[in-house]
Write a protein that binds this ligand. Structure first.
Ligand SMILES: [Zn+2]
Length: 206
């Protein structure tokens, strides 16, 4: 009996300073392998090949879900693009404004659509924001911006960190509460990103 040969699925390789290898299927149906900078091509290909079945199943699901989304009101990848375009200039302007008020610097600003977090701030000061913020009230957008910028002073959620937030936004608890209450509904509007591999899928700390 000849052995069935599995073909290597098509994928896009994205290398970054990460420690683990992971596969992701975007809502638009793109397969992305996220790998550490120095991991060998052979090892990555072997992993993709090993997950070929998982990729086939989830690509089919992504297609099906995009059809359903169009019917059920879940945001489509095109909707997300539109939101990103709307949110980007607003967020940039707010970051600029509050960074000045706080006296902090920042690096790159990225807007992406994520199911798990509203914003993040790297050790280098690169900021990332969820484009679904376009659907939140301006005062909540400001809270997320201020929260991330305050991490430029305190890379933690210590009382000192919250004092920084409160100094700029004394009413931040109400804004935070809005996000806690309504955030999950907003995040549920997003198309699913399917991930496998060794993932660190941390929930946002907001
Ligand atoms: Zn935080």
């Amino acid at each position: 009996m000849p052995q069935a040969v599995t073909e290597l699925p098509e994928y896009t390789l994205v290398r970054s300073r990460r420690r683990t290898l992971a596969l992701e299927i975007t809502p638009a149906g793109q397969v992305i392998a996220r790998a550490p900078l120095k991991m060998s091509q052979a090892r990555i290909q072997a992993f993709v090949l090993e997950k070929a079945g998982w990729i086939r199943v989830h690509l089919a699901q992504a297609r099906r879900q995009n059809q359903l989304a169009a019917q059920a009101g879940r945001l489509t990848p095109e909707d997300i693009q539109t939101l990103r375009k709307e949110a980007e200039p607003v967020i940039r302007e707010r970051v600029h404004f509050f960074a000045k008020a706080l006296g902090v610097t920042y690096g790159k600003i990225t807007l992406r659509c994520q199911r798990t977090r509203w914003g993040s701030c790297s050790a280098k000061g690169n900021l990332s924001f969820n484009c679904l913020l376009a659907l939140a009230p301006p005062e909540v957008q400001d809270y997320v911006v201020v929260h991330e910028l305050c991490h430029r002073k305190q890379m933690n959620h210590s009382p000192a960190f919250w004092r920084e937030v409160a100094a700029l936004l004394p009413d931040y608890p109400a804004r935070r509460e809005w996000l806690k209450k309504n955030g999950p509904t907003l995040l549920n509007c997003t198309p699913f990103v399917r991930q496998c591999g060794i993932m660190s899928n941390k929930w946002g700390d907001l």
